[in-house]
Design a binder for this molecule. Structure first.
Ligand SMILES: C[S@@+](CC[C@H](N)C(=O)[O-])C[C@H]1O[C@@H](n2cnc3c(N)ncnc32)[C@H](O)[C@@H]1O
Length: 387
């Protein structure tokens, strides 16, 4: 589809207002949203619609609502919440934990954070979660806090302590909702964040932004994050995180700790290329082997044992793409990028449309500076998302 100059102007406007990189969702998707809005406004052509955008801030807002991607679900990716729980249980000592979830979309992420903190032993008086998104529609849904099956696609069980059944779904109980404070805002607005946080979740936003906007958002988040605070990003966003942030080395959590420049950096978190790990033959791994055991080991930071166990598991189940993904994630954490790449490739060989494996491989290629392969992989990801 050929792009008109007005569509190009609208893309530029969206880039300026919300940092949207049109390539991330595709110009065709944006053109569809424009057409939808144009029809709803009762206008007949793009020139009239462009004029409407110039004169109506409400229409700009409506178009933004139409192009943002509110995709989210409870305990998305699971590992970040395990990592958060471990942090709270083992390192958190202060009276009040301040957390930011931005963008929070329809609320599943901040409520998952609240439940994690409650499960980790904090009372609701011991933490406060601020949750920000640009979309008013998403925030309305977040405040209503009623969800259907789609929001639980991560396969978590619905705990009666935190949820109750209502006629059109499942509602987050009031005592959990009270811990989350929603606010509308544009993360490109440098005056938006006026508190300091110990923990920031900023997941699955940077992938949609152009580089200038990513830098702007990361700068604001950095200002809002306390020294030694934790920053969680999405799987495909880790290449954006640089010093003074150091990986928490928790597989698939994509969590980084802000290095406190005032104190010397502890030796165990210095991130430098780890020498290739010579794997010992697994010393009599417990039987029967299960991937869950390997995941648990990895979650607890026993990465070499987890890698050994997964390798041993694969001897008997060589066509398990999920196991190769896990192995790749563990090797990535161990900084053994060659083995990580081979594992992701193997996962993709077994399942060519394996979204997580594609994301990991694209990210790894970016890390290695192989932008051409990374771009090809991202195009593949986009095709899967468009299916
Ligand atoms: C894919 S959701 C991510 C939700 C959640 N963090 C997660 O990972 O599941 C992306 C959200 O970013 C929001 N968003 C997009 N641009 C934004 C901006 N400039 N400022 C604040 N929120 C924005 C959208 O409204 C959308 O709800």
């Amino acid at each position: 589809m050929l792009q008109t100059s007005i569509e190009a102007k609208i893309e530029t406007m969206l880039r300026q207002k919300i940092g949207l990189d049109a390539a991330s969702i595709g110009s065709n998707t944006i053109a569809r949203s424009i057409n939808q809005r144009l029809t709803l406004c009762g206008l007949s052509d793009l020139t009239a619609y462009w004029h409407r955008l110039q004169t109506s801030p409400q229409e700009v807002e409506a178009l933004i609502e139409a192009v943002v991607v509110p995709e989210t679900w409870f305990f998305r990716d699971r590992a970040p919440f395990v990592c958060l729980s471990q942090f709270v249980r083992t390192q958190w000592k202060q009276p009040l934990l301040r957390v930011l979830s931005a963008p929070c979309s329809t609320g599943e992420e901040p409520y998952s954070i609240a439940i994690t903190l409650l499960e980790s032993g904090l009372t609701s008086a011991q933490f406060r979660i601020d949750a920000i998104d640009i979309s008013q529609q998403a925030l309305q849904k977040a405040k209503r806090a009623t969800y259907t099956k789609k929001s639980f696609r991560g396969g978590i069980s619905i705990d009666q302590r935190y949820f109750q059944a209502v006629k059109d779904g499942v509602e987050v109980r009031l005592w959990v909702r009270d811990a989350v404070h929603f606010k509308q805002g544009n993360l490109l607005d440098t005056a938006l964040l006026n508190h300091q946080y110990h923990i920031i979740f900023c997941r699955n936003l940077l992938i949609y932004l152009d580089q200038t906007a990513r830098n702007q958002v990361l700068k604001s988040l950095d200002r809002a994050l306390m020294p030694s605070g934790l920053l969680f990003v999405g799987a495909a966003e880790t290449s954006q995180i640089t010093a003074p942030y150091v990986s928490m080395r928790h597989p698939s959590a994509f969590a980084y700790q802000k290095h406190d420049l005032a104190t010397p950096r502890p030796a165990q978190i210095v991130e430098k290329p780890t020498p290739q790990i010579a794997l010992q033959p697994a010393p009599e791994p417990p039987r029967p082997l299960s991937l869950d055991q390997a995941k648990q080991l990895a979650d607890r930071g026993h990465l070499i044992e987890a890698a050994n166990l997964t390798e041993a598991y694969l001897i008997n189940d060589r066509s398990n793409a999920q196991a190769y993904l896990l192995l790749g994630e563990i090797y990535q954490e161990l900084n053994d990028l060659d083995r990580a790449e081979r594992s992701f490739q193997r996962a993709l060989y077994l399942n060519p449309s394996f979204y997580e494996a594609l994301i990991h491989l694209a990210l790894l290629k970016e890390q290695q500076g192989d932008i051409i392969t990374a771009t090809l992989l991202r195009a593949r990801i986009q095709r899967i998302l468009n299916l």
